[in-house]
Design a protein around this ligand. Structure first.
Ligand code: ZN
Length: 268
C-alpha cells in the first residue's frame, strides 16, 4: 500500500518517524510552514526555517525513500504584527524558486483579528502574483466556523481558482460549505481530540470522496504521524473498497498537488 501525507510538520519529528511512515507505505509528504511552538524574534529566524524546509528536510526524508515538498508563509499565530509579518513575507519570493516548494501555506486566521486578516489578504495576493497553490489553516474550537467563512470570503475576493486552494482542518460543521464553494477540503487527524480517523471516515461516508484528503499534522504537540494509515485501516474495517481508500489517501492528494509542475512522484 502507498499513501501521501499532505500536511505533516516533520521538522518537529524524529528520524524514527520517517522510518515508521516509510514502513507504513508513505511515498511523499508536504510540509506547510507553521508556528514553531514559540514566537520567532526576527525575520532571520524565518529565513533559517525556510532553508530547513527547502534544503535539510528533503534530504532527511530521502534517506527513507520519501519525497518531501513544502509550503511557505508566515503562519497566522505570528502574523498579528503587520510590520514584522511584511519583513518575513518579503523573504518568500526567492524561496518560491526552490524545487520542492508547491505554494503558499498554511495561511489563515488564528484569533480572527484585524491584523491577521490584513496579512492573510497580503499572502493571498502573493500567491496570486506568483501563481501558487494555497494551503489554508482554519482556527480550532469555537471560532472555526466563523474563521473558516472569513477566510473563504478573503479567498473568493481574489482571482485564484478555488480548485487550487485546499482548506485544511475541516470538521463536520464546516466541510459542506468548503466543498460547496469549490475549494478542496483537508481533514487533519489527531489521536483523541478534534478529527479522529473514525470521524474522518464518518465524513467520507456522509459527504463523499470528491476534493477531500486526510493528513496527520504530525507536529510537536500530541499528534500521530501514522494517523493516515490508521484511517486507511478504519475505512477497511468498515468494509470500504480499496479504490475508495486509495482515492482519499493517495489519488486525491496527487491530483490536487500535481497542479504544481514541481509535484512529480518518483515512485510511479
Ligand atoms: Zn499544520
Amino acid at each position: 500500500m502507498k499513501y501521501i501525507d499532505p500536511h505533516v510538520h516533520m521538522v518537529s519529528r524524529t528520524t524514527d518517524d520517517y522510518q515508521r511512515m516509510a514502513l507504513a507505505g508513505c511515498i511523499a509528504i508536504t510540509e506547510p510552514a507553521f508556528w514553531a511552538g514559540f514566537d520567532r524574534s526576527s525575520a532571520q529566524g524565518f529565513f533559517d526555517y525556510y532553508r530547513q524546509l527547502t534544503e535539510y528536510e528533503p534530504r532527511r526524508a530521502a534517506l527513507f525513500g520519501i519525497q518531501h515538498f513544502t509550503w511557505l508563509c508566515i503562519n497566522p499565530k505570528e502574523a498579528d504584527d503587520p510590520g514584522f509579518a511584511r519583513e518575513v513575507i518579503a523573504l518568500i519570493p526567492d524561496f518560491l524558486k526552490c524545487d520542492n516548494v508547491l505554494g503558499i501555506g498554511e495561511i489563515g486566521l488564528n484569533k480572527n483579528t484585524k491584523n491577521e486578516k490584513i496579512i492573510l489578504e497580503e499572502q493571498i495576493a502573493l500567491a496570486e502574483k506568483y501563481n501558487q497553490l494555497v494551503l489554508v489553516h482554519t482556527p480550532h474550537l469555537e471560532d472555526k466556523r466563523k474563521g473558516t467563512r472569513l477566510i473563504m470570503d478573503a479567498l473568493s475576493a481574489s482571482k485564484i481558482d478555488p480548485g487550487r486552494i485546499l482548506i485544511d482542518h475541516v470538521e463536520e460543521h464546516t466541510v459542506a460549505e468548503v466543498l460547496d464553494r469549490g475549494f478542496w477540503a483537508g481533514m487533519t487527524l489527531y489521536p483523541d481530540t478534534k478529527m479522529t480517523p473514525q470521524r474522518a471516515t464518518d465524513v467520507i461516508e456522509m459527504y463523499g470522496s470528491e476534493r477531500i484528503w486526510m493528513n496527520s499534522a504530525g507536529d510537536w504537540g500530541c499528534s500521530d504521524p501514522l494517523a493516515v494509515p490508521k484511517a486507511r485501516i478504519e475505512m477497511s474495517r468498515r468494509g470500504h473498497h480499496m479504490s475508495l481508500i486509495d482515492k482519499v489517501t493517495l489519488d486525491n492528494p496527487r491530483t490536487f498537488l500535481s497542479q504544481s509542475e514541481k509535484f512529480v512522484l518518483k515512485a510511479e
